[in-house]
Design a protein around this ligand. Structure first.
Ligand SMILES: NC(=O)c1ccc[n+]([C@@H]2O[C@H](COP(=O)([O-])OP(=O)(O)OC[C@H]3O[C@@H](n4cnc5c(N)ncnc54)[C@H](OP(=O)(O)O)[C@@H]3O)[C@@H](O)[C@H]2O)c1
Length: 334
């Protein structure tokens, strides 16, 4: 038997890997107890970094990318899973140290496999994907930290990206007043799009990052979901209200954090780290069920673009260069 995969090959260690759709024999599948027929994957920021050959993510080539997959179990050597199970895998080391979801077939460790909640088909699961899962973890962190809708507005940075978009939807659905910051705040169409998803206000990125050089600035937000790091996160911390909670998810701006201790010791702000990769697998089904319930199908469909394997390299390059709105689902047979 053979399967179709997007294969990254690196002949020159100083150049980005090449990416091509290839037919591979099933014997090439990596170790793992569970074989899955993959119905959908998705393009996340990390996938784009991997396709661009950024160091530190993939060590061995050839490599099949895709940190997300949803599909149906074909065979399982582990009693926890049976042929026919509708499943998903996100994070763990899928698509990084282990061949990933951008293929019609995958073999994965049983310990990574999550049963999909009833009604969550592969398309919707991957429209949510790691981005949605991460947004839900970030919202959970705010709520756990005591941020309530009446505590004041909450900020979402990188609001047109995958995590940002879904954080806007989740927070608005939970009754929060959401302020969405974006590099595209000058574009009326983008403002209308974010408002339609539930943002009460749309701010230019500079409203957040502009305060980065000040230890404290006017206290604006009761909670923050940040995907950017760098000056964006520093500016958000400086403008968080006393007792507020800031969930740090990403580094789309910068991995550095040029801040001071002032937000922590003067305003009691809490900075929470979000990690979707190693989040315990036995707690994931609950997160997926709540995420699925909170995001209406029509909203999800409206923020999703679906592409085939051959379109992934161009889509990933655009995501890094200019950003893409919302989420990109991959149909490996498409
Ligand atoms: N911790 C975790 O477990 C986890 C999980 C998933 C993702 N992440 C991280 O979260 C980040 C977002 O991931 P994603 O999949 O949502 O990516 P994405 O879809 O590419 O969204 C990133 C967004 O960040 C904004 N942005 C880009 N450059 C920026 C800059 N210089 N300053 C401020 N904002 C900038 C853009 O939105 P606007 O144009 O609207 O500003 C962009 O659309 C990435 O760093 C990713 O690695 C972490």
């Amino acid at each position: 038997m053979t399967f179709t995969a997007l294969v990254l090959r690196r002949d020159d260690p100083d150049a980005p890997p090449s990416a091509r759709v290839e037919q591979l024999d099933d014997a090439r599948l990596p170790e793992g107890e569970v074989v899955v027929d993959v119905a959908r994957s998705s393009v996340n920021y990390k996938d784009a970094l991997i396709l661009a050959g950024r160091p530190g993510l993939v060590r061995d080539f050839p490599h099949v990318p895709g940190i997300d997959l949803a599909g149906t179990v074909v065979t399982s050597d582990d009693a926890a899973h049976t042929a026919g199970d509708e499943v998903l895998v996100t994070g763990c080391w899928l698509g990084e140290r282990h061949w990933g979801g951008m293929a019609t077939r995958a073999r994965v460790p049983a310990a990574w496999v999550v049963r999909r909640p009833a009604g969550l088909d592969a398309q919707r699961a991957m429209a949510l994907g790691t981005a949605g899962f991460t947004a839900q973890l970030a919202v959970d962190a705010l709520v756990r930290g005591g941020v309530t809708p009446d505590a004041g507005p909450v900020l979402v940075t990188g609001a047109t990206g995958g995590v940002g978009t879904l954080a806007v939807v989740l927070l608005a659905a939970a009754g929060f007043t959401v302020e969405a910051s974006t590099g595209a705040a000058g574009d009326a169409d983008t403002v209308g799009w974010l408002t339609g998803l539930g943002a009460a206000a749309v701010l230019p990125r500079e409203d957040v990052s502009g305060a980065a050089s000040r230890p404290l600035a006017s206290a604006r937000w009761a909670g923050v979901v940040d995907v950017a790091g760098g000056a964006t996160l520093a500016g958000a911390l400086a403008q968080t209200r006393p007792g507020g909670v800031v969930a740090a998810c990403g580094l789309a701006d910068d991995a550095a954090l040029p801040t001071t201790v002032m937000p922590f010791i003067v305003r009691g702000v809490t900075l929470v780290g979000i990690d979707s990769v190693l989040f315990p697998v036995d707690r994931r089904a609950d997160v997926w069920a709540r995420l699925h319930a909170a995001v209406p199908d029509a909203t999800l469909a409206g923020l999703t673009t679906t592409v085939g394997l051959a379109d992934v390299p161009a889509r990933a390059a655009t995501l890094l260069a200019t950003g893409v709105r919302g989420r990109t689902v991959v149909d490996p047979a498409g």
